[in-house]
Design a binder for this molecule. Structure first.
Ligand SMILES: C[S@@+](CC[C@H](N)C(=O)[O-])C[C@H]1O[C@@H](n2cnc3c(N)ncnc32)[C@H](O)[C@@H]1O
Length: 399
């Protein structure tokens, strides 16, 4: 149920607060929702009961994004979905050098709260009064001095700030992904009007680089826990090749273009390395290959191969058992002859879907298991049989 301003006022009342506390560990499984709702209906109106249930549900869902205070905060469904996770919030807050900062399209204020917690003077603006009411509530709950205003930023923004963080909506009203930066709500071009010492815009991690080429600045692809999470366009910075950033706890590793080119293309060696998605998006596969002393299997495919195991946060590693040119019958016989009954398929540059390949391999399901990597080597389809590497057993690499 979408929350209204009346709902927010109710949820802030002592009565609602006590009820939410007493139901904090209630069973919210489908089977229990109706009995819970009818219980709440004895003391509350239908809208109030629904607002309480929505809040209980969202607080549970908020555990990952707001591990510390999520069980006490207020959210809307979409506001919670759009809020970034704690690693990204912390990282961004640390990247800005300026003290006075505008958070444009602040939503429920997740980023503003992180800026305030990092000692920045922050003013969050959003067009949606419900989100602003929630942002204010959460800031006061966490005793963070962030300021919030309802504002359509297309009509103008306050000028007395040194830095701007702009996080436009990247999904439309039907929750479909918006593919073009100028169709974001509001569009990226709005940023052309702004003057500030630092300006960063959050973009979809899949952004087409051609759409932002005319803006200059520097693009950063950020991954956390092996997932490509977002792209940040730093508009005030000089033009530079995209960089990849990998967040690990409070640490951020960064990989920059070092001009590496012409990395050797070889047959699979002892180890297969799969670069982090931020490396791919930033176009840094050759840079990583050079830094790891690895070669490529194919000039257009982002798998690397090395003689030695490398422990690096920038790539996952698999020990290669053997490899062979791909031919379905031959691969089936090969796996059967080795007693392999189950495979986990990974693929790059190989057209068939993993489920289809597994079905067509007709393996027994019994016996040994392996990771089967379907890819190309020098343009030809190959199958690589691998063990999954156990991290920690290899020498440390500084990368
Ligand atoms: C991706 S969300 C922002 C999430 C937010 N940074 C957070 O951490 O919770 C995009 C936000 O843009 C707001 N928005 C859309 N059009 C706007 C406009 N013209 N002026 C101000 N805010 C707008 C939406 O209400 C929505 O909250």
């Amino acid at each position: 149920m979408p929350l209204s301003l009346d709902n927010i006022a109710f949820l802030q009342s002592d009565r609602a607060h006590e009820q939410l506390e007493s139901l904090a560990s209630a069973d919210l499984s489908d089977a229990n929702i109706l009995p819970l709702l009818s219980r709440l209906r004895r003391s509350f109106t239908a809208r109030q009961a629904a607002a309480l249930l929505t809040t209980l549900r969202l607080r549970k869902a908020a555990k990952t994004k707001f591990p510390e205070h999520g069980e006490r905060m207020l959210f809307t469904d979409a506001g919670l979905q759009q809020a970034s996770g704690p690693l990204l919030r912390l990282y961004r807050a640390r990247q800005f050098e300026s003290r006075r900062l505008l958070d444009l399209c602040c939503g429920i204020g997740a980023d503003s709260l992180a800026f305030a917690a990092a000692d920045r003077e922050v003013h969050g603006l959003d067009i949606d009064p419900v989100r602003i009411a929630i942002a204010r509530h959460n800031a006061s709950l966490l005793r963070l001095p962030a300021r919030f205003s309802v504002c359509d930023i297309r009509a103008g923004i306050p000028s007395a700030y040194d830095a701007i963080f702009f996080d436009p909506a990247r999904r439309d009203s039907q929750d479909r992904r918006i593919q073009h930066v100028e169709a974001y709500i509001p569009p990226l071009s709005l940023a052309r009007k702004w003057r500030a010492r630092e300006i960063a815009v959050k973009l979809s991690p899949g952004v087409d680089l051609r759409q932002v080429a005319e803006y200059g600045g520097s693009l950063e692809f950020i991954s956390a826990q092996g997932r490509l999470s977002e792209a940040l366009l730093w508009l005030h910075r000089d033009f530079a090749q995209p960089v990849a950033t990998l967040l690990r706890g409070a640490d951020a590793l960064r990989l920059r273009d070092d001009g590496a080119q012409g990395i050797a293309v070889t047959a699979p060696r002892a180890w297969l390395l799969e670069p982090d998605p931020a490396v791919l998006r930033a176009g840094l596969v050759q840079t990583l290959a050079r830094q790891l002393g690895a070669s490529m299997l194919d000039a257009s495919i982002a798998y690397l191969t090395s003689d030695q195991p490398v422990q690096t946060a920038w790539a996952r590693s698999w020990k290669i058992r053997e490899w062979l040119p791909f031919q379905l019958k031959r691969l089936r016989r090969h796996l059967q002859a080795r007693g392999i009954g189950r495979v986990t398929v990974k693929k790059r540059g190989f057209a068939m879907q993993p489920d289809e390949l597994i079905a067509r391999l007709r393996l027994s399901g019994e016996g040994d298991a392996c990771v089967l990597v379907m890819t190309r080597c020098r343009g030809k389809a190959i199958a690589i049989l691998c063990d999954e590497a156990k991290l920690g057993q290899f020498p440390r690499n500084s990368l």
